[in-house]
Design a protein around this ligand. Structure first.
Ligand code: NAD
Ligand code: ZN
Ligand code: ZN
Length: 365
């Protein structure tokens, strides 16, 4: 079968809408007719070259749609189910899966950076040549083939454009607070960077019934949004923000700090805003080869520092939970969508992301 997909051929080039060929479903595969796909900062990092992937590649890793067909042996989903794609499918029985760290699953870690599915193969061809999958999802397309553990059933009541956001930004932000750090009621929380990931960390803190929630950003529009999402303080990034966090926490610093900006100099702010014995979670990322420098003393005092991918996600547990929170009016998703696009216009979405000011652009498929 053939379908249209947004393909990146080389770093810096605009995505090209191509007719790609799907070679056939294998055991454990799920074919999804995609209906919506969110543009995440990570896609932009591949386009700009700070995150290296083999090309040509079909980008996109925040997808939602309807199961069209399943390969042999698939039991968790069936044709007609509404699903959100997880970008961390995992084998369930390797060294790390056995230690409940699916994000480090060995077949996933081995094949995902090579643009392959977990069996090391691609299911797509372009002009007879293998075409690469992005993060085992490739959702900027009319269809995608994913492993069964990457197709997560959600209630049919949640619209696709909102459901897709659960697949990365929402899961990462809410999950880091609620699932990974397990923030306790009444805790003080700082969120640095209030884009899609940070706003979801803010709403994760609200779900956990945190006390003071300090949102820090350089952009006043994002600070206003963070307040709409439940932040108790919106602080312009800088020394005054640090002084305000300290003064509101009896000079100690916050119980938890979530770094969601992905710029290296916010790491020092993160440590300075964290109290001794507190926990910092780094969600942002910058060029993997970049060296960072931190004041040694700021790491002392039993501070716990974790760098998390996907916020401790357990997609089969968490995606239906997040979808239900939305349906119950306890999770904001509508407000995250600041632009809607057709697949043909996807480059305009990435251009807007480069200029700043977007939260999420969603491609309607
Ligand atoms: N850990 C994960 O699994 C995961 C998943 C998705 C995205 N990410 C990463 O998270 C980061 C955020 O992603 P996003 O989609 O929300 O991006 P985004 O661009 O929408 O948000 C980044 C925010 O940080 C703000 N910012 C920039 N410089 C700042 C500074 N010095 N201090 C405070 N705020 C500042 C920006 O104004 C913006 O609001 C990126 O680095 C992305 O690669 C990580
Ligand atoms: Zn993402
Ligand atoms: Zn595994």
């Amino acid at each position: 079968m053939q379908f249209r997909a947004a393909v990146l051929h080389e770093v810096g080039a605009p995505l090209a809408i191509e007719r790609v060929t799907m070679t056939g479903l294998r055991r454990g595969d799920v074919l999804v007719r995609l209906r919506a796909s969110g543009l995440c900062h990570t896609d932009l990092e591949v386009i700009q070259g700070s995150l290296a992937y083999p090309m040509p590649i079909v980008l996109g890793h925040e997808g939602a749609g309807i199961v069209e067909a399943v390969g042999e042996g698939v039991t968790h989903v069936a044709p007609g189910d509404h699903v959100v794609c997880s970008w961390n499918p995992h084998c369930g029985h390797c060294f790390y899966c056995e230690r409940d760290l699916p994000i480090l699953c060995e077949p996933f870690i081995r094949n995902q950076p090579r643009g392959r599915l977990l069996d090391g193969e691609s299911r797509y061809r372009l002009g007879g040549q293998p075409l690469h999958h992005f993060s085992v999802v490739s959702s900027h397309a009319k269809y995608c083939v994913v492993p069964e553990s990457g197709a997560i059933r959600v209630p049919k009541e949640i619209p696709f454009d909102r459901a897709c956001l659960i697949g990365c930004g929402v899961m990462t932000g809410v999950g880091a607070v609620a699932r990974l750090a397990k923030v306790e009621a009444g805790s003080s929380v700082v969120v640095i960077g209030c884009g899609a990931v940070g706003l979801n960390a803010v709403q994760g803190a609200v779900i956990q019934r945190a006390g003071a929630i300090f949102a820090v950003d350089t952009d006043p529009v994002k600070l206003a949004m963070a307040k709409q999402f439940g932040a108790t303080h919106g602080l312009a990034a800088g020394a005054e923000a640090l002084a305000e966090i300290k003064s509101a926490t009896a000079g100690r610093g916050a119980d938890y700090v979530f770094e969601c900006a992905g710029v290296d100099h916010t790491l020092q702010f993160m440590l300075d805003a964290l109290r001794p014995g507190g926990q910092a979670v780094i969600l942002g990322k910058t060029n993997v080869g970049k060296q960072v420098s931190l004041r040694w003393g700021s790491m002392m005092g039993e501070r716990r520092i974790v760098r998390s991918s996907y916020g401790g996600a357990r997609p089969r547990r968490d995606f239906p939970w997040l979808a239900q929170l939305y349906l119950d009016g306890q999770l904001k998703l509508d407000e995250l969508i600041t632009r809607r696009l057709k697949l043909e216009d996807i480059n305009a979405g990435f251009d807007a992301m480069t200029r700043g000011g977007l939260v999420r652009a969603v491609v309607e498929l």
